[in-house]
Design a protein around this ligand. Structure first.
Ligand code: FAD
Ligand code: DLZ
Ligand code: SF4
Length: 504
């Protein structure tokens, strides 16, 4: 009577539900590197290398513990289903235990396994999250609008994180207003630790180079932690070094500086090497010990306890129909420079170049640079979504899709964003030093020299007037547009048409 416990690449946690009642005498823990997962989109080379190496280390760790493991390296199997079939046969398994996956696509396949394999298949809830599906459904019930802030407050209360006697620590729920500083001119930025590839990672890097060398991205700067021990070191380093100023520079951007005070923990949390509960607990402890200010700690905790949980809730509440909407009827092809980084827009070149080199860009780059451009230029939802799913080491559909389809591009028509996050060049100028060295002039509104974000912003408002004018939060901006004379509008349209032609 063998139970096969199947662990997916983003479930690398010794406490994951599928391993909970593991019997090392009779059970086999199974994992596999498969073609379908590595190629259903053409993932960034570092994303594949990071995950394969983390998987290999995780299974080695189980083996060292004395657990029976069956781990299949890349090359033999096409898909999860095919690999699992052969493992069930090999181990004469009578039962399969899995943890629910992070993508609808995989859940659909999982639901077929019981019939396809002819053995019992138990799909367990993924309780690495603070909130389960029922909790989010209950929160969403009867609400016209889904707002992160309310779900976040509910979770603060139910978990007690950053709460004192039932009240929010410091008597305020949200310190966002303190968290919008531009980086000072000669700021000394903390180093982010680089983790030297070991033999396992070097083998994987060679494999990825061989099989996926034509995917987006480079492997040269691979420095991700791939074991739980190193992930904990990365967490320690963030808490000690970068968390204290995390809040201040959370929204800042700077030329040549991909990381600033960000944590770089999302790939580690999403694949299971770190637990959201321990990450939030460490941040809260830093504040209680006086090692980090409340604006930084609350700002950081809100990203994980608030945004991360809320985004997952939206995904599972709204899928599978969620990804089909195209509220702004966006139809432009994704420009090539999203792959090459070759554009005169310095903010875009920086965000894309860093993404190519590190499979990473921080939130404001994703939202207000590459996301904002896609929104203003009207890039087809499925093309920009696939780009985000490919290029980041932390990207799985449950978290990528609502962030892109909902937050960045408003393709969902406002399921949880009260208005599109559209901005002109002046926002980017306010939050960065990019514009100083850019080919374009952020002060000019139209014409060949003008910053494209400036005219594309107004062009976006004009073109989407039918859909957006009645939005209460857009009233003021449409009143400004109403005051624009015909000549100005014609300039905007002319500049936008000319620019959009160059990126076709
Ligand atoms: P930090 O700035 O240090 O934030 C701390 C943590 O908060 C992150 O590690 C992450 O776990 C969590 N977090 C912050 N914002 C969000 C958010 N909006 N949604 C979910 N978790 C959040 N995040 C992903 O994990 N995977 C994605 O595929 C992804 N795609 C995105 C696409 C777009 C268009 C946008 C606007 C955001 C996306 N995000 C995604 C959210 C966010 O940008 C990343 O989590 C963050 O940049 C990761 O870097 P970090 O670990 O240094 O984050
Ligand atoms: C992203 C990814 C890749 C590239 N390769 C694998 C793999 O070979 N084996 C595996 O178990 N998981 C992989 N993953 C992560 C899966 O895509 C992820 O588990 C599902 O999308 C469900 O979230
Ligand atoms: Fe980006 Fe415009 Fe600034 Fe250039 S001028 S960096 S395109 S916002």
């Amino acid at each position: 009577m063998t139970t096969l416990r199947f662990i997916l690449g983003d479930q690398l946690d010794r406490q994951v539900a599928a391993l909970r009642d593991l019997d090392p005498e009779t059970d086999v823990v199974f994992g596999c590197e498969v073609m379908e997962e590595a190629t259903y989109v053409r993932h960034h080379q570092q994303k594949i290398a990071f995950l394969f190496s983390a998987m290999r280390h995780f299974f080695d760790g189980l083996s060292e513990e004395g657990v029976r493991v069956d781990y299949r390296q890349y090359g033999k199997h096409e898909s999860f289903t095919e690999a699992l079939k052969s493992a069930v046969k090999k181990h004469k398994a009578t039962r399969v235990v899995v943890t629910e996956p992070g993508e609808w696509r995989v859940l659909e396949a999982m639901r077929e396994w019981q019939d396809a394999l002819g053995v019992d298949v138990e799909i367990r809830d993924d309780d690495r999250f603070f909130a389960d599906h029922a909790m989010f459904r209950k929160f969403a019930e009867g609400r016209k609008e889904l707002r992160m802030e309310f779900f976040y407050r509910q979770l603060r209360k139910s978990t007690g994180i950053l709460m004192d006697d039932g009240e929010p620590a410091g008597d305020k729920w949200n310190y966002d207003h303190d968290n919008r500083k531009k980086l000072p001119k000669n700021a000394e930025l903390p180093e982010v630790p680089a983790f030297e590839p070991d033999k396992t990672t070097k083998d994987v890097l060679a494999l990825v180079d061989r099989h996926f060398g034509n995917h987006f991205g480079t492997l040269d700067s691979f420095a991700w932690p791939v074991t739980r021990a190193d992930a904990l070191k990365a967490l320690d380093d963030f808490i000690d070094v970068r968390l204290p100023a995390f809040g201040d520079y959370q929204d800042a951007m700077a030329t040549g500086e991909p990381f600033l005070n960000h944590s770089l923990l999302s790939p580690l949390i999403n694949c299971g090497l770190l637990r959201p509960r321990e990450v939030c607990a460490r941040a809260e402890a830093a504040w209680r010990e006086g090692a980090a200010p409340l604006n930084a700690v609350e700002g950081f905790v809100r990203q994980i306890l608030g945004w991360r949980e809320f985004i997952r809730g939206v995904y599972w509440l709204k899928m599978p129909s969620y990804k089909k909407s195209n509220a702004l009827k966006a139809k432009r092809k994704l420009p090539d420079f999203y792959w090459t980084g070759e554009t005169d827009m310095l903010c875009m070149a920086e965000a894309i170049g860093q993404t190519r080199d590190h499979a990473y860009a921080h939130h404001i780059q994703r939202l207000m640079v590459t996301g904002n451009f896609a929104l203003l230029a009207g890039i087809k939802p499925e093309e920009i979504e696939e780009w985000y799913l490919i290029v980041y080491a932390d990207a799985y559909e449950w978290v990528e899709l609502p962030n892109v389809h909902g937050m960045a591009t408003f393709a969902d028509g406002g399921v949880f964003a009260s208005k599109p996050y559209a901005a002109s060049g002046s926002y980017i100028d306010r939050m960065s030093n990019y514009c100083r060295s850019c080919h374009f002039d952020v002060k000019q509104k139209t014409g060949d020299e003008a910053c494209p974000f400036n005219y594309l912003y107004w062009n976006f408002l004009i073109e989407n007037e039918d859909t957006l004018r009645d939005n209460a939060r857009m009233g003021m901006i449409y009143r400004t547009l109403d005051k624009m004379n015909g000549e100005r509008r014609a300039d905007i349209s002319r500049s936008s048409k000319a620019f959009l032609k160059t990126i076709a």
